[in-house]
Every structure is written in C-alpha cells, then in structure tokens.
Design a protein around this ligand. Structure first.
Ligand code: ZN
Length: 58
C-alpha cells in the first residue's frame, strides 16, 4: 500500500468508478471499509465511505 499513488487525496471530490475502479469490489478503495452511505447527485448514485469519506459515483 505504501508505494501506491494516493489518488484519493481530496475527499470532497466525487471520483468516477469508471476511472477509479475498486481494487476489491464493494470495498472502499482507500481504507477497505465495506459500509457506505449513498445519495443521488446529478442523476448518479454517489457512494460515500462511512469510515474515511471517500466518494465515488457508481
Ligand atoms: Zn474509506
């Protein structure tokens, strides 16, 4: 993990899952948490990690 590029630095940003696919499906890519809250934004489902706050549109 240490040598990987930290491309999720900005937790206020919504990352597109097409460009940033999950390494492990259904798990937060940043911290590995499996619990999320979700909301609709711009007709897309935004999934937010309950632990670190990482957001992805799926
Ligand atoms: Zn997380």
């Amino acid at each position: 993990m240490e040598n990987e590029t930290p491309y999720y630095e900005d937790k206020s940003k919504v990352y597109d899952i097409i460009k940033y696919p999950d390494r492990i499906s259904g798990r937060c890519d940043d911290c590995g948490e499996a619990k999320f809250s979700s909301r609709i934004e711009d007709r897309k489902l935004v999934r937010k990690c309950k632990k670190c706050g990482l957001q992805k549109s799926i």
